[in-house]
Structure formats: C-alpha cells, structure tokens
Write a protein that binds this ligand. Structure first.
Ligand SMILES: Cc1ncc(COP(=O)(O)O)c(C=O)c1O
Length: 397
C-alpha cells in the first residue's frame, strides 16, 4: 500500500515544547463523544457550561467571555480587530516574539502602532510604558504579553492596567501561556481584553482561543465608527451566537467538548492549586537545569513556571540536543525564536504535563542529550537538585 494510504500512527511524544502540550486523557475521551449540531438544545447547554467555567478561570464576571474558534492568534486578532479602527493609536509593550505579532496585526488594521521596545528576556518596564502613554495625545489601547513564551518572562499586569487607565486606554493582555498556570485576575487587576489558547495550561489540543471583554471594552467596540473589518472574529456577531443562539459559523463542536472537560479538570483541582502546581514543578525544573551549570534567559523573580528558556552554552549547538531528545527519548522541546533563534532551548511544563514525573523524565533525558553532544554533566545532578526542591530543601531562584 502507498504510504499516504497507511493507517495514521503518530508516535506518542512527550510534548515539552512551547505548546501544544499533551492533552489530559479525559479531554481526549471527551472529544470522542457523540457529535451534536451547533444549535442543538443540548449543545447550547454545553456552551453555557463553557462560558460559566471560563468566567471562573479568568476570574471575571464579564458577559462577553467565550472561546473564539481558532488558535491563540485568533484570540489576538479578535482582541485587536474589535476595538481598533484605522488611525487609532495602539501602544505595544514589546519584549519578545509574540509582541511583534501584536504589532503586525495592529498595523494591518491601519492603527498607528507605537512600540515600547525591550530586548528579548527583559520584563516589561512599566515606567517606560507610562512615559510613552503620557507623551502620546490619545491612546486607544495598550497591549502586552503576560507570559512571553519566546523568552520565559512573566510581566506585571496589574501595574500595566493602572498605566493604561490613567491614559484612558484599554489594556489588552495575551495570556496564551499563563491562563490556568499563573496567577491572573481579570476583574481585580482591571484587564479590559484578555485572550488565551487551549493547547497550553488548559490541557486541551490547539483549536480554541478563550477571550473575555470588560464593559469598557464592549463600550469601545459598540462606539466604533466603522464595522469590524473581520467577519469571522466580529464579537458583536459571535456574542449573538453564544448568547442569543443566532447562527454565525459552525462551532467546532468536539473542541468545545474538549474545553469543557479541560476547564472541569482545572476547576476540580482548584485554580489557585493549579497555579501552585505549575510554580512548584517549574521551580524543580529550573533547579535541575541550573545544577548542570546552565543559565536561564529570564531574570530571577520573573520566571514563567510554564516555560523555561535555557541559554545554549558556548560551543554547543542547539539542534543536535533537541534532535537527540526527540529521536532517543521521544521528548519534544522548542528552539529559540526571533532574535534568540539558535540561542535557547525552551522547555514547557503546561497543564497535564506539569508534574514530577515529567520533570524527572526531562532532566534525565536532557543530561543524556547534553553528554551525547560533548557537554560534560555531573550525572544525576539535575535530578538530585529537583528532588531537593520537592523535599522543600531548596528553591530554584
Ligand atoms: C504568548 C503567545 N501568544 C500567541 C501565540 C499564538 O498562538 P497560536 O500559535 O496558538 O496561534 C502563542 C503561541 O505559542 C504564544 O505563546
């Protein structure tokens, strides 16, 4: 039989890159449930369940809280396109690869995009952003990435909300790699628009982008002079489907089952407990990596629990180590992006994969991959360092 006609049999990888992470087995089971139509009364109930659980997960009472069809970039595009019009000013606090995508989308809308540029690995500097907003006459929105997956940096959201509101601007937050894995409080912190993605700390496959919009953001959307330029991401239409059951596009039913189960698992555990779990395993991983003499890109105190960016040491090339992990250990990790291409290994511990067994599997495989590529390691040192963190005898940073 020709190869393209053979049965599909992808290898069962441990997905420890920047996402997707391995979905929870319960999520995969939920995806095989009987398909319903997108206007079936039983499905409408499932949509309501998802909206209710998303509000708990975002810690918000926002009426518009729903999953946009598409991956994280869909949520990013929906966030910008619904409030921005050509000629509006958008300020982007740019400290990595995904911030550049915000700039790109804002420019395509025709907004006047002003970038407050930071180098990769820096935390967003709230003071510099405040100065820029004070200098500009009228800013419609300020956008930032909470958890920069390209660098492993976590930036402050609450302070950025204060800065945005002082300037009369909306705060748009990318929480693709933080929702479910790091503390995030939409209402308490004053975030106006936030979007995420299912394939990271929500333990689902890629395919949906949860989004939430404050009353202030809804007001901005409703006060626009021109219609939203995207049909698919027009939230004035999408909310009619999610709230009033009016057809807009055929919902990806099985992905919505997946998200319902992913959120149920998260809330059964407890959101705060999930934040703590990500923090603990992230700390154990960082301790292990540092015990091998390797350094991290993100500064201490701002390290993302769900993604660790490890500097590739001098004299070693990144690709063979990554390839060794994949071919010998079935473990996927990610390479550096943008200006850090070739300079980083990025290791994700997201959702279902944030566990001690994953940490130990990775560290022992990583030691092996480093040794195979002529980087000398004290065998077992990384695993021992992680064990000390679990035993409460050490912290990573
Ligand atoms: C912080 C961040 N924003 C946006 C995206 C884009 O999401 P997607 O690739 O799911 O479209 C990613 C993807 O990894 C991300 O990490």
């Amino acid at each position: 039989m020709e190869r393209h006609m053979t049965e599909l049999a992808p290898p069962a990888r441990l997905l420890l890159g920047a996402g997707p992470a391995n979905p929870h087995p319960r999520v995969l089971r939920a995806m095989t449930a009987s398909l319903l139509g997108h206007l079936d009364p039983d499905f409408l109930q499932i949509m309501d369940d998802v909206r209710a659980m998303l509000r708990l997960t975002f810690k918000t009472s926002n009426t518009i809280t729903l999953p946009v069809s598409g991956t994280g970039t869909a949520g990013m595009e929906a966030s910008l396109v619904n409030v921005l019009e050509a000629g509006d000013t958008l300020v982007v606090a740019a400290n990595g690869y995904f911030c550049q995508r915000l700039v790109d989308i804002g420019s395509r809308i025709g907004a006047n995009v002003v970038t407050v540029t930071h180098s990769y690995g820096q935390v967003v500097d709230v003071g510099r952003v405040r100065d820029e907003l004070r200098r500009l006459p009228r800013v419609k929105a300020l956008a930032m990435v909470h958890a920069e997956t390209s660098t492993g940096v976590l930036s402050p959201v609450r302070e950025m909300a204060e800065v945005a509101h002082e300037a009369g601007a909306l705060l748009i937050v990318d929480a693709v790699t933080s929702l479910g894995g790091s503390e995030l409080r939409i209402d308490d912190w004053g975030v106006d628009i936030c979007y995420s993605a299912t394939q990271k700390c929500l333990a689902c496959p890629p395919g949906l982008s949860p989004i939430t919009m404050s009353d202030r953001a809804v007001e901005a959307m409703e006060g626009r002079q021109s219609p939203v330029v995207s049909f698919y991401f027009d939230l004035t239409k999408l909310r009619q489907y999610w709230h009033e059951r009016a057809y807009h596009h055929t919902a990806p039913i099985s992905m919505i089952y997946a998200l319902r189960e992913g959120l149920r698992i998260l809330l059964e555990e407890g959101l705060e407990q999930s934040w703590r779990r990500h923090e603990l395993h992230g700390a154990a991983l960082r301790a292990g990596v540092q015990a091998l003499g390797l350094s991290l890109l993100a500064p201490e105190g701002h390290r993302l629990p769900s993604l660790t960016a490890i500097r590739v040491p001098d004299g070693i090339s990144d690709a063979p180590v990554k390839r060794h992990l994949l071919t010998k250990h079935n473990v996927e990790i990610s390479a550096g992006l943008g200006e850090q291409a070739g300079k980083l290994w990025r290791v994700g511990l997201m959702g279902y994969n944030s566990s001690p067994s994953t940490v130990f599997t990775f560290l022992s495989a990583f030691e092996d991959a480093l040794q195979a590529n002529d980087y000398e390691v004290a065998v077992g040192a990384s695993v021992a360092a992680a064990q000390r963190v679990y035993a409460g005898r050490a912290t990573a940073d």
